[in-house]
Structure formats: C-alpha cells, structure tokens
Design a protein around this ligand. Structure first.
Ligand code: CUA
Length: 174
C-alpha cells in the first residue's frame, strides 16, 4: 500500500466533503420550499384572497409580545411601503412576491431575504434599538430594480400603537 497516495486520496475526499458542508447555508431556502411545494401561495390572486390580502399586510401583534410583519414584493415596490415594528421584540417576517424574484435587504443589518413568487419566505428579525432603516431590493428584477426601495421604522415598544384584534400597524398610523 502506498501511504502517500492514500493520504492524498483521503485529504482530497475530506476537502470535497468540506466544500458542500460549508456552502450548504448558501442554498436558497425559498427555492427549496418552492420545489418542495411547501408554503405555497398563488402569486396571481395575492390581493384577492388569503394571507396576503391588503388588509392583512403590515404589522400584527402576536399574543406573546412578538409581532408578525406581512409584505408583498412586486415590480417595483414593497407593500406596505413603510413598516413599523417595536424595538426589542422578535419580528416574524412573512413575505412573498407577486411576480419576479426579489430580495428584501435592510440597510445596515445582515438581513437579506430572498423572495420568490409562489412561496412564502420567512425570516426572524429583531432590532435592539429604535431607528429608521432604508430597505431595498437586492436581486435584479427588471428595469425598475434600482428604484425598488422602502422603509422600516423601529420605534420604542411603548410608542408602538396598541393594535386592536385584526388591526395592522403601518407608518401611516404613526
Ligand atoms: Cu425587486 Cu430588484
């Protein structure tokens, strides 16, 4: 047995295993959901029925103190255009696309959520301090891609409006 050759072989196998192991997190989860058929949503009837009708978009208070934000990405805007969330609580983001592939990126943070039509992207966000963030689309989606921007306002928890059941928060209510 040639130990040198065996060593080279084993090292090669190790490296070949390490590369996919390190890159695994770069596989698009929404893409996996899309092909798995889970979190399905019909991009053509988003505004008409289901979770993403207009009255259901924006920030909703959950019973446990956290909030859920629902948004639609479409050429070339995010709906709602401005979202308000309280600081210091978990923010569950649920977003889908009405047309192309988009990505919601929040400036100054590491949050970057890929959005595909036909499936719901989920992300867990949290902001420790109040502030205003510019958000933008970070996936080329057509001629208006560079103008696809919106806003996220993080307010102190006591300034976040106490929402009634079924009510959704937005910047307009501020
Ligand atoms: Cu939407 Cu780029």
């Amino acid at each position: 047995m040639n130990w040198r050759k065996l060593r080279t072989f084993l090292l090669t196998v190790l490296v070949l295993c390490l590369i996919p192991a390190m890159r695994y997190n770069q596989i698009d989860l929404p893409l996996l959901h899309y092909f798995a058929g889970s979190r399905k949503v019909d991009p053509l009837s988003l505004h008409l029925a289901g979770e993403f009708v207009e009255s259901n978009l924006g920030t909703e208070q959950d019973g446990d103190g956290s909030v859920t934000v629902r948004m639609i990405a479409q050429q070339y805007l995010f709906v709602p255009h401005c979202v308000v969330v309280p600081a210091g609580v978990p923010v569950h983001l649920r977003i889908t696309s009405a047309d192309a592939v988009h990505a919601l990126a929040i400036n100054g943070t590491a949050y970057d959520v890929k959005v595909l039509p036909g499936t719901i992207s989920e992300a867990q966000l949290q902001f420790s301090t109040p502030g205003e963030y510019k958000t933008m689309c970070r996936e080329f989606c057509g001629a208006g891609h560079y103008a696809m921007r919106s806003e996220l306002k993080v307010v102190p928890p006591d300034q976040f409006p106490a929402l009634q059941t079924g009510e959704r928060g937005s910047c307009v209510a501020q």
